[in-house]
Design a protein around this ligand. Structure first.
Ligand SMILES: [Zn+2]
Length: 304
């Protein structure tokens, strides 16, 4: 094993690797990747433990990661599965005898404020990596830890009068949105087969899950019917009202761009799509873009 490499070095390397592989937590990882793809000091170093929720590598004083699998028989992740009324997530301790050492590894992480990685199940063997997360407190009677998922949450703990209620609520909402964005993205990519709705480009690293109605507005929920898989160019064009999508899925390009003469990107990437229908839409009818939302958005395009 990698006994020669100090644990904090491995942890730092693991966090670095994970941010590259997941594009800073926005793209999911599979159990297979987590078990096989990371190595340090020339040795493969699994980031999750087979069949166990808490990964405390042999010889380590502190845990490295915790994992929440998708509930058996459920079709997808449950939002706010373990979120307390205060907006903080909870992580359950292992209650069996074998879990004692792992729980201890979490306690040490809490005392030292060591950054941990949380793998949250999106589908069987598919996870959203949330990192770094910190354990803020142990709730003994409920056998669980309070987790801070962002620096803001970490600073806001403990629940005290240090922060004004509105500020607290704002920061928790921001955290929740950030947390749900990758789940939304995962579902949108699944629905669109990881292809841009407009041009059908199929490179995940060049694709975004775009909202039709912005998430800060009413009707802007992070549901697939309010989403579109769009490549970076078409996402930016949609957000700037250069590109519009009619409720019947026809693409329109703004007049001022249609008249412009430029290179092949403008011509093929934008102008040629004018009047064409979306190239990719979800096969499942229930996942297709909601015409009412498209209509609201199209109105803004027309006013632009
Ligand atoms: Zn595109």
């Amino acid at each position: 094993m990698s006994g020669a490499v100090p644990e904090e070095h491995v942890r730092a390397a693991a966090l670095q690797w994970l941010s590259e592989v997941t594009f800073d937590g926005t793209v999911p990882v599979t159990r297979d990747q987590l078990s096989n793809d990371f190595s340090v000091g020339g040795f493969r170093f699994p980031l999750v433990d087979a069949g166990r929720g808490i990964r405390r590598p042999a010889g380590w004083s502190t845990a490295l990661s915790v994992l929440t699998a998708v509930p058996k028989g459920s079709r997808g992740p449950v939002y706010d599965d373990a979120e307390g009324p205060d907006g903080y997530h909870r992580y359950k301790l292992r209650r069996d005898a074998r879990g004692a050492a792992e729980n201890e590894g979490l306690r040490t992480a809490m005392t030292r404020q060591t950054p941990l990685i949380w793998f949250k199940g999106l589908a069987p063997s598919v996870y959203q990596a949330i990192f770094p997360v910190y354990l803020m407190a142990e709730e003994d009677e409920l056998s669980q830890f309070v987790m801070a998922l962002t620096e803001e949450q970490r600073r806001l703990w403990p629940t005290s009068s240090r922060f004004e209620e509105n500020l607290r609520r704002y920061l928790l909402t921001t955290t929740r949105r950030r947390l749900h964005q990758p789940v939304f993205a995962y579902r949108v990519m699944q629905a669109y087969g990881t292809r841009c709705a407009v041009c059908s480009l199929g490179h995940r690293e060049l694709l975004d899950a775009a909202h039709i109605v912005p998430d800060a507005e009413e009707g802007g929920a992070a549901v697939v019917t309010n989403g579109l898989a769009l490549c970076k160019i078409h996402h930016a064009a949609y957000d700037r009202h250069i590109l519009g999508i009619r409720p019947d899925y026809t693409v329109e390009i703004h007049q001022r761009l249609l008249e412009e003469i430029d290179g092949p990107m403008l011509r093929h990437g934008l102008q040629d799509h004018h009047g064409r229908t979306l190239m990719t839409i979800p096969t499942a009818r229930a996942q297709r873009p909601d015409p009412d939302r498209l209509h609201r958005r199209y109105d803004l395009f027309r006013q632009a």
